[in-house]
Design a protein. Structure first.
Length: 472
């Protein structure tokens, strides 16, 4: 791990200058100010039709300065760290506090100094020529799996972010965040029809991610279930039981329930769960978690983007709503510690409550027994786009992959259906939770005013009653 001096030297600042900047930001009476320095390098490479069709490298560098006063936030940034420019940004952020009524007291946090994603091989030490053989190997592995494949597109990207944070409480935190991602898509053709399938992996890890084993794993994933894709049909719609498959179906948990647990929506009274703290929101035994401590996970962080150490947060404990997802602002309003969910896209944005790795913990049911007890229903294991109304909790998700369940067995593959429901009601209608939690390690990115990397997961879960939109 890099030392404190490494980060100070990288951003060409001293601790005295950091103190001067936060003091300047508070000159008009703010309650709290903080600085967020970022140096990120990005690299990507795309292989299409056997040749590299695009690639690029760029660097992002700068500092964001925030002032909090009462209910207001002042924010400004500079794309360099010259003291004169940073002072201008601090003065601009401080202007929001002029004439603002209200005062809040912000408390320090305890630094736990974990490292959930040590790099063995720094991406910055590698050149493009080191990754081209991997992409070609990945393409070859995919093409060898199925003679119906007519096109393969493979992409890899990496980033390394050096982060330095300081605030008016005197807290100085710093870390380096790696990220590596690989995605492969294949187009299949059969009897004049085409289907496509994509597989991906993304981790906070160094260049040790790029291996032959990963190429084989992704190739297996991208061809798995393709026969059923060609055979799938649109079933009749209606209200029936739905079994959510372990893993990627956790995106429904993220979208339909997780966002509604973010504290800014609740603080403003915009979430369906705003008045549900301490209430039973789903059956006993159900635990819903947002976790920043999963080793090498795409959504994890040693610290959030306010310098708060990562933790594992139980939003629902034994069926009871026990915590929202807090940044420093909402934690202050609710009188609780921050859960370490203050996140931002980069230094140009102020932090807001965001999810990290969101999942439901395993229950005690055998997945096969869950299916065996469903007389008529739908099994879904892969979703694409969806829509959620945070205030009402209503959601609609398009199903990419699924099957009918008839008399306890998976039968006809299905496609072109929507799953429609209400988040709180879906939680309340959980009948069984499998013992097979799987966190999906795909390239999930969450957009809420700004984009951040996340992950999701779920065990097999039976919900008694959702609407399936299909044939009439």
């Amino acid at each position: 791990m890099n030392t404190r001096q490494y980060y100070l030297d990288l951003f060409q600042v001293t601790e005295n200058q950091l103190q001067t900047l936060t003091a300047t930001a508070l000159r008009h009476g703010g309650d709290f100010s903080d600085l967020y320095f970022e140096h990120t390098t990005f690299f990507n490479l795309l292989l299409k039709d056997g040749v590299v069709s695009s690639g690029g490298f760029h660097t992002d560098f700068g500092v964001g300065i925030r002032v909090l006063k009462g209910e207001k936030t002042g924010y400004a940034y500079s794309e360099n760290t010259a003291m004169s420019d940073m002072l201008k940004a601090a003065q601009a952020a401080s202007a929001i506090a002029i004439g603002t009524v209200g005062e809040m007291q912000y408390a320090s946090v305890t630094d736990r100094k974990h490292d959930f994603y040590p790099m063995k091989t720094n991406w910055r030490d590698m050149g493009a020529d080191a990754f081209l053989p991997f992409l070609k190997e990945l393409e070859k592995e995919v093409m060898s799996r199925d003679s119906r494949i007519i096109k393969v597109v493979a992409r890899m990207s990496d980033s390394v972010s050096d982060i330095l944070m300081f605030n008016s409480l005197g807290e100085l935190t710093y870390e380096t965040r790696p990220m590596g991602s690989v995605t492969v898509s294949a187009v299949f053709e059969k009897d004049g029809r085409t289907e496509n399938k994509t597989a991906s992996r993304s981790f906070r890890i160094g260049a040790e991610l790029i291996t032959s084993a990963l190429a084989k794993e992704l190739a297996d994933d991208v061809v798995r279930g393709i026969d059923d894709r060609f055979e799938a049909r649109r079933p009749k719609g209606g209200q029936i039981s739905v079994v959510m498959g372990a893993g990627a179906s956790g995106i429904l948990l993220h979208e339909a329930m997780g966002h509604a647990f973010e504290a800014d929506f609740n603080r403003k009274g915009q979430s369906i769960f705003s008045d549900k703290m301490g209430c039973q929101v789903c059956p006993k035994g159900v635990n819903v978690v947002d976790d920043g401590t999963v080793a090498f996970n795409r959504g994890s962080g040693n610290y959030d983007d306010e310098g708060v150490p990562a933790e594992k947060t139980y939003m629902v404990t034994d069926g009871v709503l026990t915590s929202y997802l807090h940044d420093r602002i909402s934690a202050n309003r609710y009188g609780v510690p921050s859960t370490g969910n203050g996140r931002r896209e980069n230094f140009r944005y102020n932090p807001i409550p965001r999810m990290r790795a969101t999942y439901m913990e395993s229950g005690n049911a055998d997945p096969q027994d869950i299916l065996a007890n469903v007389k008529k229903g739908v099994y879904v294991d892969e979703f694409s786009n969806g829509q959620v109304k945070i205030g009402e909790g209503d959601f609609t998700f398009f199903v990419k992959s699924g099957y009918l369940i008839e008399n306890g067995r998976l039968t006809m593959p299905v496609k072109d259906i929507n799953i429609i429901g209400n988040g709180p009601q879906a939680l309340a209608d959980i009948l069984a939770v499998g013992n097979d939690l799987k966190i999906d390690n795909g390239t999930w990115t969450c957009g809420k005013e700004q984009s951040v990397p996340v992950s999701c997961g779920m065990p097999t879960v039976l919900i008694s009653n959702l609407t399936v939109g299909g044939e009439q």
